[in-house]
Every structure is written in C-alpha cells, then in structure tokens.
Design a protein around this ligand. Structure first.
Ligand code: UDX
Ligand code: ADP
Length: 462
C-alpha cells in the first residue's frame, strides 16, 4: 500500500488535486513541491485567502489536511527520495520557439523532472503523468528514467486530470471517472492497482477506468478537443443567429433537450479560454500533421480558428457600435479571468479583446473580483503588441465595479461572475456617458431589464 506520495508542480492542477488526495487519504503523506518559492509560501500561508489558486472549497480542504498529511515545500530532491509514487504536474506550455513553434507542447519541464527523478531515486518508484501530455510522452519519460537512473525500477502511469477550474473541488470529490493508463506487464498492472487503491478511498470502483498508457494520454486530448468543439460549434451558430433573428440561448435549449446532444457546454460566449483547450488542440493538430494526417489536423484546427474569430468579432462589434471609434473612450471590463470562480487568466478572451481595443486607442478600466492587478499587466505585456508603458497608460485596474463603470462609454462583460448580475444597474447607468452600451460577452445579464433602464444592450447570438 502506498503511504508516501509526492507531486512535482504546485499549480492549478497539482495543488487542488493533492489537497483532495491528502484530505481523503489521511494515511498517506502527500508532499507537493515546486521550484517557485513564492508559490510554496502562498500555499503555506496561515491566511487561507492568500492561497495561490482560488477555488471554491479549496481553503477548507487545505485547512483540514495541511500540516497533518499534506505538506508544501521547495525541497524537491527530498520529496522524490521519500515518495513511493511521484506525480508530475508541471506546466506544458505551447512551444514558443523552434520546430513546432506555436503548436507542439513544450516538454522541457517534464524532461527536467524525469532527469531529476532519475538522479535522485534510490528505491523503486511509480511515476504518474498528471499534466496533459502529447500521446507517447510516457515513452520519453521511461527512456530518460531507465537510461539515467541508479538501476532502480520505474513504472510510468498516465492519470490525466479532468477537473475544471472553478469547480475543481466538486470535480475531485465526485469525478465522472478517474482514468489510469499503465503497461500491461505484471509490474505495470501492480502499479495501476496501487493508484486505483489510492482513488478507491473515495471514488466508487466503477468510476475508475484502467486502459493502456496511450489510450489514457490520447483520451485526455480527445476530451478537451470535444468540449472545445462544442463551444466553437455554438459560437459559430451565435453569429448566424445574429444575422437571422434566432436567439442562440433558445437554439441551445432546443438542441440540448435531445438526449443525444445533451444540455451541457452549449453556452455561447466571447470565446473559450483556459490553459487547456487551445494548447491541447494545437498539440493534437501538430501530432496529426506529424503523422501526415492533414485532414484530421485541419478538422480540429478549425475549432481554434472559430474561437479566435469569436474573440475578435466581439471587439470589432464594440468598435463598430461606438460609431467606428473607441479612441480616447473609456470601456469598462467586468471580468478578466477565463471563467468564473477562478483567478486563472490563461488564454482568457478578455486579454485578446483588450488587445484589440487598446490598438484602437481605447482606455480600458478593468474589474475582476479575484484576479490580481500584476497578473493583468503581465497578460497584456506578454502579448508583446505594445510597450509596457503604453499598456500601463491605456489601462486602469479598479477595485470597485461602480468606479470601473463611472464615465464609461460602454461596459463589456468578459467573465460570468455571479456578482455582476446583482449590481445596482440603475446606479451604474446614471454614472455612465450616454448612450450607455453594454456588450454582454457571457449572456448573463437581463437585457430587457437593462433596456428598461436606458442601456443599449447587446448579448451574443441575439
Ligand atoms: C477544461 C476541461 O473542462 C477539463 O475537463 C480539463 O481538465 C481542463 O480543461 P477548464 O479549462 O478549467 O477545464 O474550464 P471549462 O469549464 O472547460 O471552460 C473552458 C472555457 O470554455 C472557459 O473559458 C469557459 O468560459 C468556456 N465555455 C465553457 C463556454 O464558453 N461555454 C460553455 O458552454 C462552456
Ligand atoms: P497547471 O495548470 O497544469 O497546474 P501551472 O502552471 O499552474 O500548471 O503549474 C505548474 C507548476 O509547476 C508551476 O508552479 C511551476 O513552478 C512548477 N514547475 C515546473 N517545473 C518544475 C520542476 N522541474 N520542479 C518543480 N516544479 C516545477
């Protein structure tokens, strides 16, 4: 039975996942390590509102397990040495250089982990891929471990994480399924069973699915591609709805009642974001192309093309509606995170909409209930469209939504935070320049009510 686990990478996946494993398995010591000292300090902060990842319910899980059998540390070597099972949960960003630039996953952090494990391990280890990886990465990890290790045995498992940010704790407590891929040898099967036993502490056995490694790796990419495809499909229909007088919410409801289609993941929006969808699809497109499967690659790439179009057309519509110029105009952004209930901004549609409006010399005032100002500056500067100074001049980051909207020509809703629905919209209207526009990129506000107040309201796909 496994009694010591370590996880390399204390990010949005590693942190919450390990916190739940520790909470549900008090007999297992779980150590989460990261090179980033600041991040580890935040995970160890007594003030639970300072945890580096915002997730509803995460604070109480950490409170219960931290110091009991859950530990956060920067001592990577020590944690590797001690653990029987090592999860790799480091970032695998899209490559920004060389072969596969802009498409393939950059596996340098994974490789560094594998080399470190090989160097440090003095006893047999089960190494678990938690990060989403291109299919056949397990082979690369195995090659490194077997060729550079100290003669100890390594078993590689693939155990992709399907949690969605914002609902991570719910998803981890009651997953639709846990997927574990392993080798079909007796040692492989033993390793798979060891991980099954960990999850079986709280997940019903019939929800723990075991496959070969390659099916597991590819299933994760496939699941994300299918989910993203649904969003791009409904977003494609949203543009058609706007031209034809149909309402995309009504269309989504009508098709979602077909049990073959189902009602979930059909919310039209300003475009999907997050660390996974775009990265995983591009990665899959790259893999397909590398096998010469051009039709397969083109089919999936269209999901990304549609998503880029949706973000850009939202910005274009703001400019067109504001009489073809936003130069010098204040546009209030409600929301910056890629979805509600998270402080994660990776690939958030807000970044790209802001980029387009800043290029048209708008002034953007931004309010998000959970995202730190430094993160917003980082996101805009990372794009490299303008200098840091120009970005800083064009943007103000606010702490009060009413101040954000004061004297604005228009409001753009970029994230579906629940609190936006409860604002005093009359007060917001009274303090805006007229005509006062609302561009609801999430279709969360009551357009009819806003129009009664006097707003000019536009949702997506209506
Ligand atoms: C996704 C997968 O859901 C999860 O299983 C995987 O482990 C990681 O990637 P995540 O990116 O955290 O999770 O959030 P998700 O809820 O999938 O939303 C992704 C993006 O799609 C968000 O920007 C969201 O706002 C958008 N979205 C989602 C829509 O625009 N409409 C929808 O109907 C659903
Ligand atoms: P995810 O959303 O997949 O969890 P994040 O970027 O939030 O991704 O987290 C990945 C974490 O992995 C980061 O905190 C980063 O510092 C950490 N990391 C990357 N490489 C290593 C490494 N070799 N050793 C320890 N931690 C690492």
């Amino acid at each position: 039975m496994i009694t010591k686990i370590c996880c390399i990478g204390a990010g949005y996946v590693g942190g919450p996942t390990m916190a739940v494993i520790a909470q549900k398995c008090p007999h297992i010591k779980v150590t989460v390590v990261d090179l980033n000292q600041e991040r580890i300090n935040a995970w160890n902060d007594n003030d639970l509102s300072k945890l580096p990842v915002y997730e509803p319910g995460l604070d109480s899980v950490v409170k219960e397990a931290r110091g009991r059998n859950l530990f956060f540390s920067t001592e990577v070597d020590h944690a590797i040495e001690e653990a029987e099972m090592i999860f790799i949960s480091v970032n695998t960003p899209t490559k920004t250089y060389g072969v596969g630039k802009g498409m393939a996953a950059d596996l340098k952090y994974i490789e560094l982990c594998a080399r470190q494990i090989a160097r440090v391990a003095k006893t047999d280890k089960i190494v678990v891929e938690k990060s989403t990886l291109p299919v056949r990465t397990a082979q690369a990890i195995k090659d490194i471990l077997d060729n550079t290790g100290n003669g100890v045995q390594f078993q590689i498992l693939s155990n992709p994480e399907f949690l969605a940010e914002g609902t991570a704790i719910e998803d981890l407590f009651a997953p639709d399924r846990v997927l574990i891929g392993g080798e079909t040898s007796p040692e492989g099967e033993k390793a798979v069973q060891a991980l099954v036993d960990v999850y079986a502490n709280w997940v019903p056995k019939d929800r723990i699915l075991t496959t070969n490694v390659w099916s597991s790796e590819l299933s994760k990419l496939t699941a994300n591609a299918f989910l993203a495809q649904r969003v791009s499909s409904i977003n494609a229909m949203s543009e058609l709805c706007e031209k034809t007088g149909a309402d995309v919410n009504e269309v989504a409801k009508a098709i979602g009642m077909d049990s073959r289609i189902g009602p979930k993941f059909l919310k039209s929006s300003v475009g999907f974001g997050g660390s996974c969808f775009q990265k995983d699809i591009l990665n899959m497109v790259y893999i397909a192309k590398s096998y010469g499967l051009n039709e397969v690659a083109d089919y999936w790439e269209q999901v990304i093309i549609m998503n880029d179009h949706q973000k850009r057309r939202f910005a274009k519509n703001i400019i067109k509606t504001l009489y073809n110029t936003v130069s010098g105009k204040k546009i209030a952004f409600l929301g910056w995170a890629f979805k509600k209930d998270t402080n994660d901004t990776r690939e958030s549609a807000a970044i790209y909409v802001a980029d387009d409006l800043l290029s048209e010399q708008a002034h953007i005032a931004i309010f998000d209930p959970k995202v730190e100002p430094e993160q917003i500056h980082f996101d805009l500067n990372y794009l490299d469209t303008r200098s840091k100074e120009e970005n800083a001049k064009g943007v103000s980051i606010e702490t009060d939504p009413y101040e954000t909207c004061k004297d604005a020509h228009a409001i753009a809703v970029l994230t579906e935070w629940d609190e936006f629905k409860t604002y005093d919209w009359q007060k917001i209207y009274d303090n805006m320049l007229k005509p006062a526009f609302v561009f609801d990129g999430r279709n969360i506000l009551d357009g009819k009510e806003l129009e009664k107040i006097g707003f000019k309201y536009q949702g997506i796909g209506k």
